[in-house]
Ligand binder design. Structure first.
Ligand SMILES: [Zn+2]
Ligand SMILES: [Zn+2]
Length: 148
């Protein structure tokens, strides 16, 4: 962790989240409940602004979540996809993934070609961080489906 990093705590259990950086994507994980916090900056980095805007407009039709954004700017809103639920901040576009939802989402996209392509890329880069990067992939897959 660098000194520029602000400590973030889990919205569920207040555990200090571990900070991870994989290929320039910073995200956070909770060792206690296995949830993930993915900052909106990671979304903006990989998706076009109008696509992100689409996602945010959809959010306003969904239920408000009881969780607060770790940036303190808004309450999260819950988005339902199949059996999975993700919480997204309508203000800064950060995401919270509950433990278990990551697994369910991964199953939804098991046969996805984009996911497989990303996996190939990781194999070649000889990175040890396979699982964390996979979570980022899964989130982007999910959002791609949401905006159709
Ligand atoms: Zn937690
Ligand atoms: Zn926010």
């Amino acid at each position: 962790m660098t000194c520029g990093d602000k400590m973030k705590s889990c919205p569920h259990d207040s555990e200090i989240l571990a900070s991870n950086d994989v290929d320039g994507y910073r995200y956070y994980s909770c060792a206690k409940c296995s949830g993930y916090w993915i900052p909106g900056s990671a979304l903006w980095k990989t998706m076009r602004p109008d696509v992100v805007q689409d996602i945010i407009e959809r959010c306003s039709f969904e239920m408000a979540s009881s969780l607060r954004c770790l940036n303190g700017d808004s309450y999260l809103v819950a988005l339902k996809v199949n059996d999975c639920e993700i919480d997204i901040c309508p203000s800064c576009h950060s995401l919270w993934l509950d433990p278990g939802e990551v697994e369910k989402l991964a199953n939804c996209f098991r046969d996805s070609s984009a996911l497989l392509a990303a996996h190939d890329l990781r194999s070649r880069s000889a990175s040890k961080e396979l699982e964390p990067l996979c979570i980022i992939d899964v989130v982007f897959q999910l959002l791609t489906i949401l905006i159709r």
